[in-house]
Design a protein around this ligand. Structure first.
Ligand SMILES: NC(=O)c1ccc[n+]([C@@H]2O[C@H](COP(=O)([O-])OP(=O)(O)OC[C@H]3O[C@@H](n4cnc5c(N)ncnc54)[C@H](OP(=O)(O)O)[C@@H]3O)[C@@H](O)[C@H]2O)c1
Length: 302
């Protein structure tokens, strides 16, 4: 297949490129937002998703068999500060891609079927009714969650276009793109013994980046359509995750300071428990879906 990865320069996108390079059986086209250079044998092509016309024209030229759409304004704080940009990048861009897929699907000559795996988030939920299933009602509490929910609806708006919305939970693992992420900060805190506050009362079903990447590629290759929840098997707070990380590194866990969410002011309410029920994914996938500890070990030592 010819697979287009958007957001290929991001945290998740880098794992997608690495996994696709390892598998070696697909032609890969890698779109970034702004970054250039080469990653895992792929040239990053900067395409601004906020420029819908250009993004659409470029998609038309590439004509992939599948799109793994991971590009997003993925920071809750940035979405809050730039809600209009978040609406375009996280929302309308999904329509632009789906609209071109729909045009290909109805053309008589040359007809071209292309499917999209739109990467979404557990933060489309309000945190009051976990664990959430695919048919649970989305009630986002942040600009980020609202714009991602909007993108979900637009990605699935054409019944004849075989798209998937993959809702991921909190992802963890070291950065592969040179921009340290929260996991890297926790490892650094343990190594330098710098105290770091971790929330005890925000619960997620965390999943390691490598498994998320394998799952998304498997979905792109499958014929599943609709929404699919892809979370890890355990419901954990960031503090509990931190303790498991300290244990895996044989480091002093007292570096992590247990902290309640409301001790840190935030402009938007944060959902308390957005744990995903991922039993459908577990029954459909042929992958070995790891426990949190096994995923953590792969991320640290694999
Ligand atoms: N990380 C998590 O825990 C998590 C959990 C659930 C769901 N997700 C979803 O997973 C996806 C990837 O997240 P991530 O953590 O990898 O985020 P990230 O590291 O911030 O990466 C975002 C990617 O999107 C690109 N991008 C941003 N604005 C763009 C624009 N205007 N046009 C084109 N591309 C643009 C960035 O490109 P440049 O850097 O080159 O500008 C980058 O490649 C997102 O859809 C996010 O909602 C993430």
């Amino acid at each position: 297949m010819r697979i287009l990865v958007t957001g290929a320069s991001g945290q998740l996108g880098s794992y997608l490129l690495r996994e696709l390079a390892r598998q070696g059986n697909h032609e890969v086209i890698a779109w970034s937002g702004t970054q250039t250079g080469e990653r895992f044998g792929c040239k990053l092509q900067p395409i601004d998703m906020a420029d819908l016309y250009t993004a659409g024209s470029c998609l038309f030229e590439v004509k992939p068999d599948a799109i793994i759409h991971a590009a997003a304004l993925a920071s809750i704080a940035q979405c809050y500060c730039e809600p209009k940009k978040a609406k375009v990048v996280n929302g309308y861009a999904c329509f632009e891609l789906a609209d071109i897929q729909a045009a290909w699907a109805v053309m008589i000559v040359p007809r071209h079927m292309c499917r999209m795996v739109m990467v979404s988030t557990d933060l489309v939920f309000d945190g009051k009714h976990a664990p959430y299933r695919e048919d649970s009602e989305a009630r986002p509490k942040s600009v980020y969650g609202r714009t991602k929910e909007m993108g979900e609806g637009l990605a699935l708006c054409y019944p004849d276009v075989p798209n998937v919305v993959a809702r991921l939970s909190l992802l963890f693992g070291p950065s592969l793109n040179g921009k340290p992420n929260f996991f890297d900060q926790q490892v650094a805190a343990l190594r330098t013994r710098q105290p770091l506050a971790l929330f005890t009362d925000e619960l997620r079903t965390p999943l390691d980046y490598a498994t998320a990447a394998r799952g998304l590629i498997e979905l792109a290759e499958s014929d599943y359509t609709g929404i699919l929840h892809m979370g890890g098997p355990e419901r954990l707070s960031r503090y509990e995750m931190g303790l498991k990380l300290a244990n895996a590194l044989d480091a002093d866990p007292s570096v992590f300071v247990p902290t309640e969410r409301n001790a840190v002011p935030s402009p938007e309410p944060r959902p308390r428990d957005t744990s995903l029920d991922s039993s459908r994914w577990r029954s459909l996938s042929k992958l070995q879906l790891p426990s949190f500890e096994v995923g953590l070990n792969e991320m640290l030592f694999g």
